[in-house]
Ligand binder design. Structure first.
Ligand SMILES: Cc1cc2nc3c(=O)[nH]c(=O)nc-3n(C[C@H](O)[C@H](O)[C@H](O)COP(=O)(O)O)c2cc1C
Length: 304
């Protein structure tokens, strides 16, 4: 019997595969198709202080090896999340863990959402999105060292729940930003969010995406995600969650060898909604084939 579990953030994840923020709604959306509770967990769509309609269409398009999106943090807002989404998570996910992705524009925005949720049941902790390239100011906290430190320490004072900071790859030295999060009390890091990108329709000479630019995700960004994970994990002691272009167990293993304790799957779920459960099965098969009894033993073991 292979043990796929991971112990981190004060709990046991039954396996390391989570669904990435913004690609699985609030979990319920996938529940007719896959057994969400069999996964390691899910990360909700970003929750902001107020509800948001998001950016004008067109909001997504295919790109080589992936997609571009500019959803613009469309979401039900803090009150709507508590009233309409959290009850399903609380009642239906018993074994998998829920991280609530939180976004904002000021320290107070983030603190308000965290404070508004903190006494509720149904989720483990927060993934703080300081890395959204699709809204004005969406990456300010993720690309400015002083602002990031201020935000993380304010949130640390607000909650005792696990606090994961989701990093942007759009910086010169992601290790430095990982350091700042750890020094200010973060319990973990997620790496990475999307890369800013642009698509132009040459016939109309106009951008394909309504808000002109968007974030690139999918297999095209996987080597950059693995790099960022490796850089961050080599720098800090807190756990790192690897994200970017993961489609199967092989891809997940690449991130884990680079130092990821958990992984998240996003874009691949749009192509094949069974990607996540099949990744769990594939990890088990890999360990059996390689004679690995505990998957956690592989984390960070890339030989460089
Ligand atoms: C349609 C879409 C919406 C997203 N929304 C969010 C979001 O609300 N918050 C967030 O932190 N990341 C968001 N992301 C980024 C993903 O969580 C993930 O970091 C990124 O897509 C890379 O992983 P992937 O290549 O597996 O998709 C979104 C990505 C996509 C494609």
């Amino acid at each position: 019997m292979v043990d796929l579990s991971q112990e981190l953030l004060g709990v046991r994840f039954q396996n390391p595969v989570l669904l990435a923020s913004g690609t699985c709604g609030y979990g319920q959306e996938y529940s007719d198709i896959i057994a969400v509770d069999d996964l390691g967990g899910i990360v909700t769509k970003a929750v902001t202080r107020e509800p948001r309609l998001g950016n004008p269409p067109k909001r997504i398009s295919e790109t080589p090896g992936g997609m571009i999106n500019s959803i613009g943090l469309a979401n039900v807002g803090l009150t709507g999340f508590k009233r309409d989404k959290l009850p399903w998570l609380r009642d239906n996910l018993r074994r998998s863990h829920v991280l609530v992705n939180v976004a904002g524009w000021t320290v107070e925005d983030y603190v308000t959402v965290v404070r508004g949720l903190d006494d509720e049941a149904g989720f483990l902790g927060y993934e703080i999105n300081v890395s959204c390239p699709n809204v004005k100011g969406g990456t300010v906290f993720g690309t400015d060292e002083a602002s990031l430190g201020e935000l993380v320490s304010a949130l640390r004072r607000t909650t005792q729940r696990p606090l994961i900071v989701k990093l942007t790859p759009n910086v010169a030295d992601i290790g430095r930003f990982a350091d700042i999060c750890e020094a200010n009390g973060a319990d973990g890091l997620s790496a990475i969010n999307t890369f800013p990108g642009m698509l132009i329709d040459v016939e109309t000479r106009r951008p394909v995406i309504g808000s002109v630019t968007g974030g690139i995700s999918g297999p095209a960004i996987r080597p950059m995600g693995v790099y960022a994970t490796w850089k961050a994990a080599s720098r800090v002691k807190i756990p790192v969650i690897g994200i970017g272009g993961i489609c199967n167990a092989r891809d997940a293993l690449e991130y884990m060898l680079a130092g990821a304790a958990l992984v998240q799957i996003g874009t691949a779920m749009f192509v094949d909604p069974y990607s996540a459960p099949q990744t769990v099965d594939g990890l088990r098969e890999f360990c059996e084939r390689q004679g690995v009894s505990q998957l956690s033993q592989l984390v960070g073991t890339v030989e460089v």
